[in-house]
Design a protein around this ligand. Structure first.
Ligand SMILES: NC(=O)c1ccc[n+]([C@@H]2O[C@H](COP(=O)([O-])OP(=O)(O)OC[C@H]3O[C@@H](n4cnc5c(N)ncnc54)[C@H](OP(=O)(O)O)[C@@H]3O)[C@@H](O)[C@H]2O)c1
Length: 263
């Protein structure tokens, strides 16, 4: 996909990976439609995108968890540009702890943002992309879509669901000119995702690094875009899978206030 002049929608562009992705696309001179719930933050991002070289930027309030908000956002983007080239489904929410301690509202929020949000935006964007026989949909999953993380059970489940949805849809759309891709970030710095004091594990990638991966994926759409560390984990899975479950559980338990009683 040629990015100069392309019309790109980015959800969750008010902070972190989405914000960095907006800047990376702006440098490629793409036209941008930025969505999130915090309009003030989005407006500041939009202003910077114009300075970086984007010829046109719109910032609009978007709640991906709301069907009508998702539809209205995509309709407005198509109304302004008469087309849509790239959709980056980046908006996401996380929660860490024991599944049994997770407040019900958080359960609903994660499913609504991470899964229903991707479905709502994709369903709204597809008719126009399919009609033009052109488009790239990039769904931002996570390493946990690949290897589920203890104490992030529901988050892992939503990201597995996003990967499954994307792969199935990619097949459904084969030959249509529309490509569906999954990006799997690992722990990323420069975002609001991790609570202060949360230790996390392993080195972190920068939000800019992930943004560049997303932009490369838009330029050269591929099924899965992942970091090398993840490929190694995948190779090790058949032999060391059980050991990895235990080790990751031990590491992540340190961030959880109460230990699960030994059974
Ligand atoms: N940071 C990491 O280590 C990491 C690792 C793997 C994957 N990821 C994934 O990367 C993506 C971006 O996360 P991030 O790290 O950049 O975190 P972040 O800084 O917290 O950004 C999340 C973004 O999503 C938006 N958002 C949340 N709920 C929304 C809703 N209902 N409607 C519209 N926008 C919504 C937020 O904006 P508003 O609050 O303004 O709506 C914000 O812009 C997520 O999908 C996350 O799962 C992150």
């Amino acid at each position: 996909m040629r990015l100069k002049g392309a019309v790109d929608v980015i959800t969750g562009a008010s902070s972190g990976i989405g914000e960095a992705t907006a800047y990376a696309f702006a440098r490629s001179r793409a036209r941008l439609e930025l969505g999130a719930r915090r309009l003030e933050r989005l407006n500041a991002v939009a202003e910077k995108c114009l300075k970086l070289g984007s010829p046109a930027v719109n910032a609009r309030v978007l709640d991906v968890a709301d069907w009508s908000s998702a539809r209205a956002f995509i309709d407005a983007a198509i109304h302004d540009h008469e087309r849509l080239d790239v959709l980056v489904n980046n908006a996401g929410a996380g929660w860490r702890g024991r599944l049994q301690d997770m407040p019900e509202e958080k359960v609903d929020e994660l499913i609504a943002t991470n899964l229903k949000g991707v479905i709502a935006m994709t369903r709204a964007a597809l008719p126009s992309m399919v009609e033009r026989r052109r488009g790239v949909i990039i769904n931002v999953a996570s390493v946990v879509a690949f290897r589920a993380a203890p104490y992030s059970a529901l988050y892992s489940a939503t990201k597995h669901a996003v990967a499954g949805l994307s792969h199935a849809l990619r097949g459904e759309l084969s030959g249509s000119g529309v490509k569906v891709c999954v990006v799997y970030p690992a722990g990323t710095s420069g975002t609001e995702f991790h609570k202060e004091g949360e230790r996390g594990s392993g080195p972190r990638y920068s939000a800019e690094w992930v943004a560049n991966l997303i932009v490369r994926t838009a330029r050269f759409p591929r099924r899965d875009a992942m970091v090398m560390r993840l490929r190694l984990v995948d190779l090790a899975e058949p032999v060391f899978g059980g050991l990895m479950d235990h080790a990751i559980g031990e590491v992540r338990r340190r961030d959880v206030p109460e230990r699960t009683p030994a059974s």
